[in-house]
Ligand binder design. Structure first.
Ligand code: PEP
Ligand code: MG
Length: 756
């Protein structure tokens, strides 16, 4: 390591200086260099820490001990961690280092200046984010003695049990991990919060700002419901404002630490930010985003009208970051209904309760559709509304899937929306947090009309393909604009159900050609949007109850449990004419040169079903050797027989986890009473997935996922680590999934390199 000083001022630091000042220090230095108003700070460099270890003869004591440690033995881990921390805290900091810190502290403001002392580990910015945040931060530190002690405590925190454990699991050598310490003027903010410089899901140029009274910890930790402001960076106007009830704030507590106090009544329901402050914050956000080239997650604070930017980092794993900031409903007092946030966005409008399809005609542009559960025949109405709220359903129900594709905010599974909400009542729906508020809390229409680049990922290339799910052709443009590597699932039943006539009706009324043409047109829109990229079209998979309300629905059999009934490939095999018409549409597309079209069969439970379907296609003139035919893995039997499916000639397989979970655990995926037991990461589900991936890999068969679990970063991390070859996610999740895949792949490469 090249010689570096013990102390560096922010102005001397650039983003490349991670080895000297750690990730946090480097980022603050870079921010201050581009003109963001960063509070004054200096960094006690990693060099100072090393010198301390060497001069106090601590290296061998600590590292020899850690080398022998079995980190899976938690008692031994705790004991080793305590010994290392004690060794650090028990040693004397060399005089030249204490002098340097004292001098810098004086220069910054003198002995009464209150500072925040933050660890900045030099491993933090390596690909696995789990390294971040494992070392300590000490807020509200005053006086030289307290400062020196806080620095030493930060050093000791490098050997916290959790930190040692993670380093070992990631293959890091403790000897080569360093720590720097940022000493920064503490801003006693009157108000503070966070900002996303672009919409975290769609990528739209909207600055989304959350703020509350006091120190920013209240917002970051989620202990208050913050106000939310949306600033349109194009029109430079505040387009949405949601003022929350802010019951508590975090403030400095005398000499050391912080405390939680009640907010006075006069400020409780008052807006935290003026329009002018929102606009100034957004302009700093734009500076950061332009400089770094990707949307940023920024922490800010304001005191006496002065804005400070405390942190700026790329938006990552944004879904979880947003929900962790979500607070309890009781905090605001205005939430009248709650459920699962199924499609992000905020919208206000008048309630229209749709009890059956006849009511759907009442729904006007901009209303809020409230219903027990949406049906495919409600899709035309769903296109008109500003938001959707349902009593039933989870993240994979019809309402959730279609809303996400339409870009319409939706809250599902509220249990009681149709009884609590009244026709004509004005409400505001937050489709991210799953909350419904009384009244029109917003000031302007923000329904996400995503631009062409919505959700696009900025040039990340991943070995694992990241594809997108599409259900309605009109979403094809938005889906393609995400930069996805193809379509991993096109659900054609949504296309057909939108016609409002069952396939049986078309056949019974001699309208086969119309049916084929509708299918052909709809699929072609998607193929054109993904020209040259694979598009896997799934054959019809609609349960009988979804057909019931349509023309021809009266002929649908009444089934006790449609989820386990006449759907998927089994229905096509029993009604060959319905299957033939689909194949006719596929054939016309193949004949037009659309070689990117692949066909996927749903709900297969036995290889014979695949063989029969392929033989029928061959009889109807399809070159089945050339065609890309594959299956959904949705039933445990198809995992147990995956080798036989491969023997039968499938070219790919894709996990339909929405069904695989329900059929493995006996949990109806749309039943909110058992929703808490619907666990994508249930060990049995994971064991099935793992085993199918292995067999597919052994045979060189592409193995993918198109269920909702493929839109959830922790699951996708697991899948990539277990060898999945592609994932297909919802439109709104592509950016975060692409990033998760990239991070996971880099982590795997890094780990292999370390072990080599
Ligand atoms: C699945 O089961 O995971 C799937 C993608 O299919 P669907 O949600 O349409 O049943
Ligand atoms: Mg399914």
């Amino acid at each position: 390591m090249k010689q570096m000083p013990d102390i560096l001022w922010l102005e001397e630091i650039r983003k490349e200086d991670i080895a000297a000042v750690g990730g946090k220090g480097a980022s603050l230095g870079e921010m201050s260099a581009i003109g963001l108003p960063v509070p004054k700070a200096f960094v006690v460099t990693s060099h100072a820490f090393r010198r301390f270890l060497v001069e106090e003869n601590l290296e061998d004591v600590i590292f020899n001990d850690l080398e022998k440690l079995d980190v899976d033995d938690s008692d031994a881990l705790d004991a080793a961690s305590n010994r290392a921390k004690k060794a650090i805290m028990g040693a004397r900091m060399p005089g030249s280092i204490t002098d340097g810190i004292r001098k810098a502290y004086k220069k910054m403001g003198g002995s009464r200046l209150i500072v925040a002392v933050r660890s900045s580990a030099t491993a933090e910015d390596l690909p696995d984010a789990s390294f971040a945040g494992q070392q300590e931060t000490y807020l509200n530190i005053k006086g030289e003695k307290n400062l020196l002690e806080a620095v030493q405590k930060c050093w000791a925190s490098l050997y916290g049990a959790r930190a040692i454990y993670y380093r070992s699991k990631q293959g890091f050598d403790d000897r080569s991990v360093n720590i720097a310490v940022v000493v920064q003027e503490l801003i006693h903010s009157e108000k503070a919060g966070v900002m996303f410089t672009s919409h975290p899901v769609t990528g739209e140029p909207l600055s989304i700002i959350e703020g509350s009274w006091g120190l920013g910890e209240a917002v970051v930790s989620g202990s208050v419901s913050p106000d939310k402001y949306v600033f349109d960076n194009r029109s430079e106007k505040v387009v949405d404002r949601l003022i929350a009830t802010k019951n508590i704030e975090i403030v400095s507590d005398g000499e050391n630490g912080t405390k939680v106090v009640d907010v006075g009544e006069d400020r409780r329901d008052a807006p935290v930010l003026s329009d002018e402050e929102v606009s100034r914050l957004a302009s700093f956000g734009n500076i950061a985003e332009t400089h770094y080239g990707v949307p940023q997650d920024v922490e800010w604070a304001i005191v006496a009208h002065d804005i400070y930017i405390l942190q700026s980092r790329p938006i990552t794993t944004i879904g979880s970051a947003v929900s962790s900031r979500d607070s309890s409903s009781g905090d605001s007092g205005k939430i009248i209904v709650q459920g699962q946030g199924a499609s992000p966005g905020i919208a206000s409008g008048k309630v229209v309760i749709v009890r059956d399809i006849k009511d759907a005609g009442k729904v006007k542009e901009g209303d809020i559709l409230v219903t027990k559960m949406t049906n495919p025949d409600m899709v035309p109405a769903m296109r008109r509304v500003a938001a959707i709220v349902t009593d039933e359903g989870g993240m994979t129900c019809h309402a959730a899937i279609v809303s996400r594709e339409l870009g319409t905010p939706a809250v599902v599974g509220t249990r009681n929306a149709t009884t609590v909400l009244k026709p004509g009542q004005m409400i505001t729906v937050d489709g991210e947090k799953g909350q419904v508020f009384e009244g029109a809390i917003k000031t302007a229409e923000t329904r996400a009309e995503a631009p062409a680049t919505a959700g696009a990922t900025t040039g990340l290339i991943t070995a694992t393909s990241v594809k997108v799910n599409v259900s309605i052709p009109e979403a094809a443009g938005r889906a393609a604009a995400t930069g996805a590597d193809g379509v991993g699932l096109l659900r054609i039943e949504h296309l057909i159900l939108g016609l409002n006539r069952t396939p049986g009706w078309f056949i019974a009324n001699g309208k086969e050609e119309e049916f084929v043409q509708e299918l052909y047109n709809g699929i072609k829109i998607v193929l054109d949007a993904f020209y040259g990229k694979p598009v896997w079209v799934r054959t019809l998979d609609a349960p009988t109850d979804e057909f019931r309300n349509m023309a021809g629905g009266e002929s649908e059999p009444a089934e006790h449990n449609p989820m386990l009934g006449w759907r998927g490939i089994r229905r096509d095999l029993q009604t060959p004419e319905q299957f033939r018409l689909q194949v006719e549409a596929f054939k016309r597309l193949w004949n037009q040169g659309y070689d990117n079209l692949g066909i996927m069969f749903p709900m297969v439970s036995h290889p014979q079903e695949f063989i029969r379907a392929r033989n029928m296609m061959q009889d109807w003139g399809v070159d089945v050797e050339k065609a890309t035919l594959g299956i959904m893995i949705e039933i445990p039997s198809s995992v147990l027989m995956i080798e036989d499916f491969i023997g039968a000639g499938i070219k790919f397989a894709s996990f339909g986890t929405n069904d695989l979970i329900q059929y493995t655990l006996a949990i109806d995926r749309n039943n909110e009473n058992v929703a808490s037991m619907y666990q994508p990461k249930h060990p049995a589900v994971l064991a099935l997935i793992d085993s199918a991936i292995r067999v597919c890999r052994d045979h060189g068969i592409e193995c993918s996922i198109c269920g909702q679990a493929g839109s959830e970063p922790p699951m996708v991390k697991w899948l990539v680590e277990h060898g999945i070859t592609s994932v297909s996610a919802n439109i709104d999740a592509i950016a975060k999934i692409r990033e998760t895949v990239a991070r996971t792949e880099q982590g795997i490469i890094l780990e292999a390199a370390r072990k080599a």
